[in-house]
Design a protein around this ligand. Sequence first.
Ligand code: TYD
Ligand code: MG
Length: 453
Amino acid sequence: MAKEKTIYYCQSCGTESAKWMGQCPSCGEWNSFVEEIVSSKKSTKTISRREITAKVTKLKDIETEGETRITTGIAELDRVLGGGIVPGSMILVGGDPGIGKSTLLLQVCRNLAECNRDILYVSGEESLQQIKMRAERIGTFRDSLSLLCETNLEIIDEIVRRDRPQIIVIDSIQTMYNENVSSAPGSVSQVRESTGSLLQMAKGLGIAIFVIGHVTKEGVVAGPRVLEHMVDTVLYFEGDRHAAYRILRGVKNRFGSTNEIGVFEMRSGGLEEVKNPSEFMLGGKPKGASGSVVACSMEGSRPILLEVQALVCHSNFGMPRRTAAGTDFNRVNLLMAVLEKRVGLKMGACDAYVNIAGGIKMNEPAIDLGIVLALVSSYKNRPIDEKTICFGEVGLSGEVRSVNMAEQRVLEAKKLGFTTCILPETTKETLVKVEGICLVGVKSVKDAIDLVV
Ligand code: TYD
Ligand code: MG
């Protein structure tokens, strides 16, 4: 007889407890414990020694098949996935509501259906009519795309075993439920169980599964971190509510490198790829204005040029105001302290606002030099030459430290028509001369300031 037991789970980190608690001792979240009933079915079957068929294999005996990745027909997505979909893998796509997760995956379905792949799109959120309406906005579809409105995973499992599609899309894991678990859909144990049974489906039948997950206000996929550990690939869809572009970021990838990004633009006909994000980010850059400089940040294997803006003005109150949009606030404070102490600029009595134009978030230390130069340019009210780009990490003694992948950055700058590149001296020594762009190595922040501002 299965015995029923009540356990309390923290909805934010998955900690379990026998009693209800106001605050989670593990993650510090308040009011996050929810009661869940688990039936502890003891497995009565014990494995006898003869039954064990698991076999130990030598590495050299394992045969690998050639790479059999399925391309999605969207180059930006393929890049983030590491070259395409790996059969039998599970991909989690997270993001805020309304960012375009369903749209992206419906577009993937359309492209794959064009290549005669068998796809099943399972929606637990929208009715068939609503999906059809979205599909009509996106464009023409093959008739062969199969749709299913269902939230019961056992039924989905049965249909999948019968129809054997190659790729499944689950529109929102939070709506799926497993009959064996009594708690409500979207709760920690439901999400975990549902992911578990989908995982079995993926690995057992060799089906690639895309799973959409909603994101909480703190920016993590709702449900415990467990979800991220279970799947093979985690992609986050992020973007500014006010800007049309969206960034798909690879956070975890068992079959490729992480930190790759794909850039999209939301149009009236669905998501469109942005082939050259640097050009996109630099659009609308003011000419001849002080406090603006172009820096270069690497996103995975791709260099992205972006405009760093700063506004430094005299503070009317004792406490100067500082803000940073799109980059780390503490880093900006640190760089201002470096300018005060190592360069001797009186920034202590100034308000400072730093912004990465376009609403993109960049935290790579290589943009330090850009932030510093933008601040000084605004402080002195002297514009920096438009055709100049800079990158380099700034250390606490005011030194400019080397950064990796300098060659790609320089080539990207050259491609977009920049003529001067300010970079760390130590990095410059490792580079061969590039035709058409002048490389200027600097040792310290002071050198860089003397040079351009
Ligand atoms: P959706 O894919 O439903 O978001 P999610 O599944 O992440 O919640 O995206 C919906 C938003 O995208 C909605 O605000 C409308 C907009 N949109 C367009 O601008 N153009 C389009 O062609 C489509 C299909 C949606
Ligand atoms: Mg949706």
